[in-house]
Design a binder for this molecule. Structure first.
Ligand code: OSB
Ligand code: MG
Length: 370
């Protein structure tokens, strides 16, 4: 695969409504769109880093810097035969996984297009449709949460995830269970907002038959999570703590979690995502695909990875209209049936970038050639 050119674009897109987590609020989503030109095709992917280093250590600008100064120059001068070579090429550079994943993902899309197969097929996915859920941020009131849950339940989403933080945890969960019953597939995501001193709150949450509690403790912890898991019957799911297949192996060995959320960006790309998927499958740890407020480009990558068999729990890949008045892809990502997305079978990610929509949100662009 000869990589002839790489283009970076910084986009800023308004969210339909603000998304709030225990670590902060996003109203305008900034992201880096990466396009790789190779032997007659163009592959696309996006970086999921946030504007500030509050979820992980990366930011939009560190992603841009690492891509422009280190990763793209390496890729343009390397001999690669398959996308798996890209993660090996980037391995000497520590972390910066979201930067790596964006470029690796664009190469995967180009590779699949060159082969004339879907990205899902290129990584070994077999599912033709995937069940999907939706993530609901922290809202100003419990009533506002209930309204959102109602809307997404009506749209047929197969899992409802709500964000919690100290002071806004038991109340929304209790209210959701009261209105929607215990059959509703419900989980909570704490984004590292608690510590072991909050054990009493965790034990109270344990009474609500949640599918899982996601990342309750520190972003870099797998020890306390193992202690906490011993005290709870609700499965713990790790998000922030897992960056590599080795992290996943250690967390499984320590019983730090019973479920893993795989985000392609957080783990440095599709190749590493697949390794984590395969390891979890061997250990009977179900996985699901997390979201990072992606445009349709990132959603398409999430759909492709979710087509692997051990993605048995609905993820956060909702339709474009969950966040965007207009998405940068055509067609937009839309539910095939309530709570179900189709896995495209056309070459690559299966969605086209719409240049006129994309240009509306463009803040900066740069082009790199050997
Ligand atoms: O922890 O899963 C998370 C968004 C930004 C940062 C972290 C997370 C999230 C979400 C949103 O939960 C998921 C989505 O894209 O809908
Ligand atoms: Mg999370």
């Amino acid at each position: 695969m000869k990589i002839e050119r790489v283009e970076l674009r910084l986009l800023q897109m308004p969210l339909l409504d603000a998304f709030t987590t225990s670590f902060g609020q996003v109203k305008l989503r900034k992201l880096v769109l990466v396009s790789v030109y190779s032997e007659g095709v163009v592959g696309h992917a996006e970086s999921v880093a946030m504007e500030y280093p509050l979820y992980n250590e990366e930011t939009i600008e560190t992603v841009w810097y690492i891509l422009a100064e280190l990763l793209i120059p390496r890729l343009l001068t390397a001999e690669i035969t398959a996308p798996e070579d890209v993660s090996r090429l980037f391995a000497p550079i520590r972390r910066n996984n979201m930067a790596k994943a964006a470029l690796e993902g664009a190469v995967w899309d180009a590779y699949a297009k060159q082969k004339g197969i879907s990205l899902a097929a290129a990584i070994g996915g077999k599912k033709q449709t995937i069940d999907v859920g939706v993530s609901i941020g922290i809202e100003p009131t419990v009533d506002a949460v209930l309204k959102k849950v109602e809307r997404f339940v009506d749209e047929g989403y197969k899992k409802i995830k709500v964000k919690i933080k100290p002071g806004f945890d038991i109340k929304p969960i209790e209210a959701i269970r009261k209105q929607f019953g215990t059959e509703l597939p419900l989980m909570a995501d704490a984004n590292s907002a608690y510590s072991m001193t909050d054990l009493a709150i965790m034990k109270e949450l344990d009474h609500y038959q949640l599918m899982m509690i996601e990342q309750p403790l520190a972003h870099d912890d797998i020890i306390d999570h193992a202690k906490l898991q011993k005290e709870l019957s609700t499965p713990i799911c790790l998000d922030e703590s897992i960056h590599t297949v080795d992290d996943a192996r250690k967390a499984i060995e320590l019983n730090s979690c019973k479920i893993i959320n795989i985000k392609i960006g957080r783990v440095g790309g599709l190749s590493e995502s697949k390794k984590i998927h395969d390891l979890c499958e061997q250990h009977h740890i179900p996985v699901w695909c997390g979201g990072m407020l992606e445009t349709g480009v990132g959603r398409a990558h999430n759909i492709a990875i979710t087509s692997l068999p051990n993605f048995t729990i609905p993820g956060d890949t909702s339709a474009s209209n969950r966040y965007w008045a207009e998405d940068i892809v055509t067609p937009e990502v839309a539910l095939l049936k309530p709570g179900i997305l189709a896995v495209p079978d056309n070459p690559g990610i299966g969605y086209e970038v719409n240049p006129s929509v994309m240009r509306k949100y463009l803040l900066r662009e740069a082009r790199f050639m050997e």
